[in-house]
Design a protein around this ligand. Structure first.
Ligand code: IPD
Length: 262
């Protein structure tokens, strides 16, 4: 697929879904289902439908793997990976820190590679984009990760995925990290965490149990901005442990973890 065309259609879809989110910012949201650490909104589904309609009108054969369900064969050679509202709990509580995340993946051997990424924050009117091999951009301007090489000067975001086992994994890390970094942040949108690292606002982002649709677009944007998207698959479909960083901080972050397991 022509990646320039893919990028422009993904931007169109992200802007449309973002507008729908923005219009509903201060409204009482209809909840489809909820769990202890998670909420699913009727608007999640409406945003996904909007995105799918736009993507499929131009690329009818490309599958869509989304947080709210799939269209076509999710194991096809090319697929969109979308999170219609990343940061759903923030959005449901009217906290304006949530976004639309759309990635295009292509199969290479047994793996999928993120080729195009778009993240749209309608509340701050920000749009991050990347095509693999080219510069990452924020609202059209090239971006780079920070140069901070010491944890003591770093702002590090930590994500808490939906299940108690993830909390149990991340809480000890949080306790270790908090006294050693300038500030810990728990922002509530994985895609925004990744693009904030990509444009140097934050220096690293860690989470265990995060899902593919939360991270696919942010990953290619981060790598295209010179950052490192370290990840390993966890049990459970499309589930990962990630250590996203500016390319300088992983050794120190790893030393901290080794200390922890002793
Ligand atoms: C969640 C957010 C959150 C992260 C969770 C995700 P959702 O996505 O990205 O920051 O910690 O792991 O599931 O449910 O809002 O799309």
């Amino acid at each position: 697929m022509d990646s320039k065309r893919a990028l422009s259609v993904a931007v169109e879809a992200a802007m449309a879904a973002g507008n729908l989110m923005y219009r509903n910012w201060r409204t009482q949201k209809r909840v489809n289902s909820e769990a202890m650490h998670d909420i699913k909104l009727e608007l999640d589904e409406r945003c996904q439908e909007k995105i799918c309609k736009i993507l499929r009108s131009v690329f009818p054969k490309v599958a869509v793997l989304g947080e709210e369900g799939t269209v076509g064969d999710p194991l096809a050679d090319e697929r969109w990976v979308i999170d219609p509202i990343d940061g759903t709990v923030n959005f449901a509580y009217q906290i304006p820190h949530a976004c639309v995340s759309i990635a295009l993946q292509q199969r290479q051997g047994n793996e999928y590679v993120n080729c195009v990424g778009v993240v749209r924050d309608p509340f701050c009117d920000e749009l991050w984009t990347a095509v693999r091999g080219k510069a990452a951009r924020l609202n059209g301007k090239k971006i780079r990760v920070s140069q901070r090489a010491r944890l003591s000067e770093a702002v590090v975001s930590v994500g808490f995925a939906k299940y108690d086992e993830n909390l149990k994994k991340m809480l000890p890390q949080l306790e270790k990290l908090a006294p050693r970094v300038r500030k810990i942040r728990i922002m509530g949108s994985a895609a925004l965490d990744l693009v904030y690292v990509a444009c140097g606002r934050m220096d690293a982002y860690l989470e265990s149990g995060v899902r593919l649709w939360d991270i696919a677009a942010g990953a290619v944007i981060l790598e295209s901005a010179g950052g490192e998207f370290w990840h390993r698959a966890l049990p459970g479909e499309h589930t990962y442990h990630i250590v996203a960083n500016n390319g300088l901080l992983r050794p120190e972050l790893e030393r901290l973890n080794q200390g922890e397991s002793k």
